[in-house]
Design a binder for this molecule. Structure first.
Ligand code: 5GP
Length: 174
């Protein structure tokens, strides 16, 4: 209940951003409030599976939230980046967007075979980003324990794109 109050007080809503018809949820008020951030990370920890070895976080807000989770879990953090940011020969996946396509990359040699791995992002909307992240993560041969989000927009049915992935969310918005 306290956690639910924090959503109302610390997630701002911006209509018509970044495009008309979209209601954007901004996590900045949560991030800048030391006590609220700590409380949410602590609650989030209680939802996660045991013995996680790596947290895979998606650029950019998945970095900000994934890193404190990894630290608290005693796990490593592995970034998923947009195209062209990573040196060497990163693992690469192109995926379809509503208009066009996008590329996500994970650093080479960053996830050992069999590693107990959790994917983290701030928000699950249509599920396209998470589905691509999970597919790319699985290419390393990890043991994918699940995916976890601060916010799930249930109406967009992103879960449907992620069958057979255990999902946890701090806040599910109908
Ligand atoms: P999806 O691929 O599920 O449609 O979109 C999810 C991705 O877009 C996530 O990486 C998330 O950070 C970003 N995103 C989409 N809508 C929102 C929003 O309303 N608020 C925030 N903070 N991120 C969003």
């Amino acid at each position: 209940e306290q956690i639910e109050d924090l959503r109302r007080s610390h997630i701002a809503e911006y209509p018509d951003f970044p495009t008309p018809g979209v209601l954007f949820r901004d996590i900045t008020p949560l991030l800048r409030d030391a006590g609220a951030l700590r409380e949410v990370i602590r609650y989030w920890m209680s939802l996660l599976p045991a013995d996680i070895e790596y947290v895979v976080g998606t650029e950019a807000r998945g970095f900000v939230l994934g890193a404190p989770l990894a630290y608290e879990l005693g796990a490593g953090f592995v970034p998923v980046r947009k195209a062209g940011k990573l040196p060497g020969s990163p693992a690469t996946l192109r995926y379809d967007l509503e208009y066009g396509s996008a590329v996500v990359q994970i650093p080479e040699n960053s996830l050992p075979v069999g590693a107990r791995t959790l994917v983290v992002d701030d928000l699950l909307a249509t599920g396209g980003t998470a589905a691509a992240t999970i597919e790319l993560t699985r290419r390393f041969g990890v043991e994918l324990l699940g995916a976890s989000f601060l916010i799930e927009l249930e109406g967009l049915q992103g879960r449907r794109k992620l069958p057979d992935v255990p999902l946890t969310t701090v806040w599910s918005i109908p």
